[in-house]
Design a protein around this ligand. Structure first.
Ligand SMILES: [Fe+2]
Length: 290
């Protein structure tokens, strides 16, 4: 852990998570606009740690929206109906008696099938169940770094195919779902479209390379047979999700979490049937992966 005198931050306190990535940030009030120096330090800490938690931040929807816009302009959220009067906020609510699988229960990077996937996702906890509901994160930068030079050279020119079809497509998981779900999901043939992004992307702020693929949204590798891409991707997914690259986030009420979709994947764990869980989510626009 950093000693006070060694810290590069003057206006916030940043404590790295022991797992190897992720950090907790205290010493600031997100209900009000941040000053220029504090905002710059928050952005620097976010770039350094990829997943940053701000505990004890009771935020109204307006305050959540305002802080999001201090990070950057809103991203575009397809396939899910936003909150009435808050077109950029999704309410992730799961009732105690809900039987449908919890939302986000598969490794993914948010909306990676978009031409410009969101740089950040912000998730604010209102009601946290007493058991379950952790969010797991994978550090796709360290996972890339750990590959052999030979594997890195093989991956360097590859383009991965991304699509929302498995989740939101006309034959996807949500289209086939029979259990009632509070979250209003809009399945669509739009989701069956696909596009390619570099399989290894370079972070626009840190310059570090990261694997930019996920089991939910990456459906193939351009130029490879189905068998070849399935074998390669399945090896990489197994490599990426080893314990050494993971951070397990445990929620407390009124906590804001902000993660970087450009260099992480996440997985929403269930295990809280019988309990309400209520979160609010925004995204920040990103750019074309390179
Ligand atoms: Fe997600």
């Amino acid at each position: 852990m950093l000693k006070e005198a060694d810290s590069p931050y003057r206006s916030i306190q940043v404590t790295a998570q022991p797992e190897g990535f992720g950090a907790e940030i205290v010493g600031l009030d997100l209900t009000r606009p941040l000053g220029r120096e504090t905002l710059a330090e928050v952005k620097a800490a976010w770039a350094a740690h990829a997943v940053v938690a701000f505990p004890d931040q009771p935020l109204t929807l307006d305050q959540l929206e305002a802080f999001t816009q201090q990070i950057g302009p809103f991203g575009e959220d397809p396939f899910i109906k936003p909150m009435p009067g808050h077109p950029n906020v999704l309410e992730l609510r799961r009732e105690p008696d809900e039987k449908a699988t919890n939302f986000g229960a598969g490794w993914h990077s948010d909306w990676s099938f978009q031409a410009e996937p969101p740089a950040a996702t912000l998730l604010h906890s209102e009601v946290v169940p007493p058991v379950g509901g952790d969010t797991l994160f994978c550090d796709c930068t360290r996972a890339y770094d750990a590959l052999s030079p030979t594997m890195k050279a093989m991956l360097a020119p590859l383009q991965a195919v991304h699509s929302a079809t498995r989740a939101y497509g006309t034959k996807g998981v949500f289209a086939r779902e029979t259990e009632k779900r509070t979250l209003e999901i809009i399945t669509s043939s739009e989701a069956d479209k696909s596009l390619v992004h570099p399989l290894v992307r370079t972070h626009p702020v840190t310059g570090r390379k990261a694997l930019f693929i996920s089991p939910v949204y990456t459906v193939g590798v351009e130029g490879m047979t189905t068998g070849e891409s399935a074998a390669l991707l399945s090896y990489l997914f197994q490599h990426m999700t080893q314990d050494q690259f993971l951070y397990r986030h445990k929620w407390r009420p009124q906590m804001l979490l902000m993660w970087d979709n450009r260099c992480t994947m996440h997985f929403a764990e269930g295990g809280y049937d019988g309990h309400l869980r209520l979160m609010h989510r925004t995204t920040v626009a990103g750019d074309t992966p390179v």
